[in-house]
Design a protein around this ligand. Structure first.
Ligand code: OOG
Ligand code: MG
Length: 256
């Protein structure tokens, strides 16, 4: 596929997000493969950077069975995070700026030093400065939240907004911490960090490896979202959403 065609698909996804209007599965319809879909994602992010946003991290997607089953795609994917997507802990999100937002509980890492390309990740604690509970608000730009793998990759893994709780020192174990998702004080999803590739630390290995294939190196100070531990739930206006991760604390946001 020509560069101009990839740029055109990126523009359509960008406009769908900007106008909060769903579009058909234009990427798979154009016969784009996963490699080219990451090039579209890159072009989509370049448009945001050209508007003054800053690249501040990486998100993993579909690192848990619950998520794969929910969307019917069973490959781990990744996307890029910009500063404009961040919501402060306890902050507000306006649903009218999104199409059909859903929220999911995650674990975030604050990156310290990244391995050289090809260097084994080795000691997690030397790469990650801190960890925190996180909420990700995803909003597929495709109608009915339905897509195939190249569609969702090009759409920056449905990334829309994210909130991060207070950073905590890296605990000894991250592989089996209880996770709760609450809406208006009621628990709507429960899970464990074990749902994230068996251990969310593994998501970092995958992120370094998969993004590295596309020439993206994780940087010091970046945020890394390891992927949701449970299925995502639709967001209603007025809702107060909170994620609690055992030993890491809580993070919340309110929907307008
Ligand atoms: C794709 C993004 C998945 C996660 O944490 O698994 C994701 C989607 O579900 O639309 O962010
Ligand atoms: Mg997510």
């Amino acid at each position: 596929m020509e560069r101009a065609d990839l740029a055109e698909l990126a523009a359509r996804l960008d406009e769908a997000a900007g106008s909060a209007t769903a579009i058909p599965q234009i990427v798979s319809a154009a016969g784009v493969d996963v490699e080219a879909a990451y090039a579209i994602q890159g072009a989509l992010i370049d448009r945001r950077l050209a508007r003054g946003e800053r690249l501040v991290g990486l998100k993993m997607g579909l690192t848990s069975r619950a998520k794969m089953a929910q969307v019917g795609v069973d490959e781990v994917i990744w996307g890029r995070l910009t500063d404009a997507m961040r919501v402060p802990d306890g902050g507000q999100v306006d649903t009218t700026t999104h199409i059909h937002p859903r929220v999911e509980p995650e674990v975030a890492f604050l990156l310290d030093r990244m391995p050289e390309p090809g260097e084994p990740i080795g000691d997690f604690a030397s790469l990650v400065r801190a960890v925190a509970p996180a909420l990700e608000l995803i909003d597929s730009r495709y109608a009915n939240f339905r897509f195939s793998l190249p569609d969702v990759v090009a759409d920056n893994a449905s990334a829309a907004r994210y909130a991060i709780g207070a950073w905590q020192p890296v605990p000894a174990g991250l592989d089996n911490l209880g996770v709760l998702l609450e809406v208006d004080g009621r628990v709507v999803e429960t899970g464990s960090t074990a749902a994230i590739l068996g251990d969310p630390r593994r998501a970092l290995d995958e992120g370094v490896r998969l993004a590295g294939r596309h020439g993206v190196r994780l940087c010091e100070g970046w945020v890394f979202l390891a992927g949701a531990a449970t299925a995502a739930v639709p967001l209603r206006p007025g809702a107060h959403v909170r994620a609690v991760v055992e030993r890491l604390g809580a993070v919340s946001l309110r929907v307008r």
